[in-house]
Ligand binder design. Sequence first.
Ligand code: CMP
Length: 485
Amino acid sequence: MSESFKKLLGSLLIFLLLVVLSAEGAWVLEKVGLTLAHPFNLWAHYVLGIGLWMVGALVTVRLMAMFFWERFMAPRLGGHVPKLLKDVVAVILFLLAVIGIVGTVFRLPITGLLATSGAMGLVVGLAIKSIIADLFTGIAFNVDRPFLVGEWLTLHERGLEPITGQVVEVSWRSTQIKKTDGVLVVVPNGRMGLAILTNLSRPKVESRFKLKFSLDFDVPTERALRILEAALKSAPGVLDKPMAKVRVNGTSQRGMEYELRYWLDPVKTSPSKGRNNISIAVLDHMHQAGLKLAFPKQDIYMARMPKRHFESAVDCQRLLERVDLFETLQPQEFENLAAGIQQRSFKAYETIVEENQEDQSMYILVEGLLEVHATSDDGTEVKIGILTPGQFFGEMSLLTGEPRSATVRAATNTLAYEITKDDLLPLLEQRPKLAEDMAAAMADRQVAAHDAQEKHLRETQIIHSREGLTKSLLGKVRGLFRLES
Ligand code: CMP
């Protein structure tokens, strides 16, 4: 006979005895010579009434335990009825028994009691609402079973560090989690119900974890992978299946970042123990290979601060170095050229060189904009080009000895360097490329000048022929209609 059946039988016998006593109580009293008015009679009535209700509730709880919970509910709840649920139902049954006692034994009005207890319940409910929430979440956990005692959880609470540990108990009010540092964290069930839980022991007992290490950029990836993989696989607790892997995660300020992905059975090897084992293995393998983990560092190169901006009066040499024409010159040649050069500034619309004038210096434009004009065959001045900073002009007269082929005029305020024949001659002897470039530029410019003048003449011819034609036609019209001119 099972223990619970014995208990049920015991309470049932007591209940029957109480029923008999309350039914035949008056007869017994008479037999022992007590009158109904005797105070003992009243006390006996109270004791028997209270006993009947309480033992009745107890019998109901035990009957439910044997038949309702075990036979009926357990198969429907996956073979296990939460103790919490049974306890709550038992408490409710005893409360009903108390109400029964008040109404039948003491003959007090129950409606008043219920109304008062309803109001009281509201007040008490508000006061202990967190306890009620804990209680019902606890029941839900028991029914739903998102985790079991012994399983590993990570609890993600907003604003807090995630808590990882093993569930040691789920009670009415709270869930107890033993962290890897041996400390017990007691989380009210209500909070557990709101938090996001990662069950590390589901769906399989093993779960995957990650650990990152950084190695210097100059460690070849193949070598790093070889060493880290060996270390990872040798670490105690790391499961063979699923297989541990090492991945290149990317770059960080320290160096190349490698991610070690491995599987642990948290029940056997806690996540922190696994981390510890792997870190030791990695350090050991790297030590043997003569490597160290990367640490934050900066390379500092000592160099003279470059000049942020040049002053045209002071930094003539630096500015000459930027001119394409002089790209073949050596530092010493720049120095010599800069020493002989004259800085010239011109106002807008000022003429710098004039067509047909005898002159023998050339200019490098540093700042400003210039326009080049030449006289065409019909005597009008035609714009044949513009000059922008870094370009040179006046080279034709300097190199050929002929008068200026065009007029160069400032379109804006302008700054230029003037180079004399004496400054340029030694360079031309030394650097044949210079002469070639200048000759090519001269040829281009002459072609451009020629084209511009041709174009001008064509346009004026068209205008003239149109004017002539207009005049002769007008003459004819006037003649025909005898109009005065
Ligand atoms: P030079 O003839 O000494 O004097 C006038 C200068 O104008 C000339 O040298 C060239 O440097 C320059 N020049 C002539 N034709 C052009 C052009 N088409 N475009 C730009 N510059 C020119």
